[in-house]
Design a protein around this ligand. Structure first.
Ligand code: KIV
Ligand code: ZN
Length: 503
């Protein structure tokens, strides 16, 4: 079976989703999980774009081993040198350079001729080659480019040393049959194509990104670029989980394989959703809440008689736990630790103790603890940031005909302070009290709330986005009490801002 390389761009193109920016620590967390998932390449950012992006790529290159780390750059030498600097300590680093090749981009955006673009591409690859053997070239807007010019530039960049040539459908314009033919044309027409891997990178503007990526694989592509949950610029990128599970579910049709450990898919999806604040739609293929839920009576009957009547994949294949009910308040530390290991979490002693305390607290309030509850507890623990503000107490009074009032007790640099405020609703009252206690000048940009598991005793998760002095951060909090979750999320975001100020 041909091995298809999975190039993950969640941290670069995925981060270009409106509102999805991640800080360095969050990117590191995602990168580590991507290694567990088994991706071949992690595109960690665009180093020249900002100091934050440079730092993220540098840190990931330094600390994350087990996958090739790529940094994106235009064809300008300054971009390439900056990417090389960021990737310097990678175990395996890739410089990914791009320039547009379609006439529409050449005429209106670049104001360059085809000859100029060809020269810039070749020179960029040669420059990158001075730093690493592993150089990828992308022909931006390839699917709206003249195929003859695309074949020519592919041949020339391979001659210059490119080891991967990427054919992006930048604006999500192509359709599967056309794209398969384009890839086949390059495979047949470019004389030195065997010296490089042909890659594809599809956007989802017409909802065809996964279909187009699969068609390209049939046409001969050896690498697909994709993101977790399909996040990315505009309508997003092709979703890694959908591509990988299509290949795995239809092996005879595709006759290819990947290195992805599919059991890590669900966990990775949850992590990215939590960190970016981008909620996965319930009917999303593979990782949506309803992806393995059978509702209709006829379906349930068939499923109970023989699973395969209505299930083409099993939830366990993507790491969705089959048995939902796991632990309760009588469970001990050992059982909790074992369950964590089953779910793929390795916590150090201190993290385990803190997570177990939270678990016990939750078990007192909630009869059934589901795997999703445990994952929420643990991901909070693993992603823990130092705290300037700690929520020590919260009480509210609200209801019909009652002015919502909240009293919040906060420890600020280890000193306890308390404040009571009124508001338009209980969350508003709590947030006003927190504003008084912390003196924050931040603006609340986004407030999302969702239930992690079913039932009125479910853990509720709140994700907020706040902005202060041009900096935007996200905060998350979970609790069986949604008002407490809201307070935790806000305080988590304020802690991130406070920590940044201290640096
Ligand atoms: O969509 C695109 O063309 C890109 C390139 C930079 C690879 O993201
Ligand atoms: Zn893209």
């Amino acid at each position: 079976m041909r091995l298809i390389k999975i190039f993950d761009t969640t941290l670069r193109d995925g981060e270009q989703s409106p509102g999805a920016s991640m800080n360095v620590e969050e990117k590191l967390q995602v990168a580590r999980q991507l290694v567990k998932l088994g991706v071949d390449v992690i595109e960690a950012g665009f180093p020249i774009a900002s100091v934050g992006d440079f730092e993220a790529v540098r840190k990931i290159a330094n600390e994350v081993k087990g996958a090739t780390i790529a940094g994106l750059c235009r064809t300008r030498f300054a971009d390439i040198d900056r990417a090389a600097e960021a990737l310097k300590s990678a175990e395996s680093g890739r410089i990914h350079t791009f320039i547009a090749t379609s006439d529409i981009h050449l005429q209106y955006k670049l104001k360059m001729s085809r000859e100029d673009v060809l020269e810039a591409a070749v020179n960029a690859v040669k420059r990158a080659k001075q730093y690493t053997d592993d150089v990828e070239f992308s022909a931006e807007d390839a699917t709206r480019s003249d195929p003859d010019f695309l074949a020519k530039i592919t041949e020339e960049v391979i001659k210059a040393g490119a080891t991967t040539v990427n054919i992006p459908d930048t604006v999500g314009y192509t359709v599967p049959q056309e794209f398969e033919e384009l890839i086949r044309l390059l495979m047949n027409r470019v004389p030195n194509v065997d010296k490089a891997v042909i890659s594809v990178h599809c956007h989802n503007d017409l909802g065809l990104s996964v279909a187009n990526s699969l068609a390209a694989i049939i046409g001969g592509a050896g690498q697909v670029e994709c993101t977790i949950n399909g996040i990315g610029e505009r309508a997003g990128n092709a979703s890694i989980e959908e591509i990988v599970m299509a290949l795995k579910t239809r092996p005879k049709f595709f006759n290819v394989d990947t290195r992805i450990k599919t059991q890590e898919i669900y966990k990775t999806s949850r992590l990215v959703s939590k960190i970016t604040g981008i909620v996965v739609q319930p009917n999303k293929a593979i990782v949506g809440a309803n992806a393995f839920a059978h509702e209709a009576g006829i379906h349930q009957d068939g499923f109970l008689k023989e699973r395969s009547t209505y299930e083409i994949m099993q939830p366990e294949d993507v790491g969705i736990p089959q048995s939902k009910l796991v632990l309760g308040k009588h469970s001990g530390r050992h059982a909790f630790k074992m369950r964590l290991q089953d779910l793929g979490y390795e916590l150090d002693e201190a993290e385990l103790n803190r997570a177990f305390d939270k678990f016990k607290h939750l078990a007192d309030q909630k009869k059934c603890i589901f795997d999703e509850d445990i994952e929420t507890l643990v991901s909070e623990e693993v992603a823990k940031i130092p705290e300037v503000y700690t929520l020590e107490g919260l009480s509210i009074s609200s209801g019909m005909g009652v002015t919502p009032t909240a009293t919040v007790k906060l420890s600020v640099n280890d000193q306890i302070h308390e404040k009571t405020e009124h508001g338009d609703g209980p969350v508003d009252a709590v947030y006003r009290a927190i504003v008084s206690l912390t003196g924050t000048k931040s603006n609340l940009l986004k407030f999302d709330v969702k239930g992690i598991t079913g039932g009125t005793d479910a853990l509720g998760e709140v994700v907020v986005q706040i902005e202060e002095s041009g900096r935007t951060v996200r905060g998350a909090g979970a609790d069986t009490d949604i008002i407490v979750a809201a307070a935790r999320a806000y305080i988590n975001a304020l802690n991130k801002i406070a920590i940044r100020k201290m640096k």
